[in-house]
Design a protein. Sequence first.
Length: 283
Amino acid sequence: MSGSVPPLDPGPTPGRSRIGWWWLLVALLAVGLVTALVAQPWAPVETEPSVTPTVTSPTPESSSAPSSASPSVTVPGADAVFDATTAPALFVTTDDLVAEIPAADPEVQLQIPSGQLSWGLPLGSTIEPPECLVAATVVAVPPPWYDTLLWGNDALSFQQEVVLLADPAAAREAFRALVTTVDACPEYSQVNPDIDGATWTAEPAIEGQGVFPSIVQEVTHSAEGSDVPGYRGHLLVGNTIVTWTAEALTTGDRDAALATLGDPADLSAMVQERAQEAVRALG
């Protein structure tokens, strides 16, 4: 027959069995797997179980941050206990006023002495809104002891009140309630039966500087058609809360009137210094 005839399969070549081809194929696959793992580091092979670190928040006992309740940072005099005999030492003096308030000189005098004014509102008077009562009376219920003094002249009215509580813990709680109320009551009024009342409008309170916790704010006292600018402060000392109000009685420009009272920070410092002396006198 003409044409070419394909050669017959000679069979397996010596040294090149089917088993050898199979192992070669496995080796190639293994090399490919290793290459893929190296090229994809986001898929590591873990030989040991991973451990997720646990973060534990420090407890108050283990925290190194200072705390206001820590004995190491307790305010000197925070636990001072005054009574009806020692509390009057918290009142400033005429000399203090003359030294710190420009309007006090000349002839500032004590106009309402000790024991003349009682705590609270006059009979029949109310505060509107009623939740602002503490802003006007310092505490919501009659305190164990209370006194107030008022100094003045033609240009100045300076009133200071001392509220005595049962103990320092009660005073701290009352002071917190007072600060909360002051923040929530930028304006409140005293409503009196059959006569004109008064309205107080206050700027936001700022924290006073000094040893004892305190706040100070600019206020406007409106009554009988006139507006009187001034400053008011509250101070926590042991088992007492000391409140002071300085009003400028000069007419005309508001800023000029406030300038006659001096810097509110200096007024707050004056009351702070007197309080420190009173604490030291306790022994």
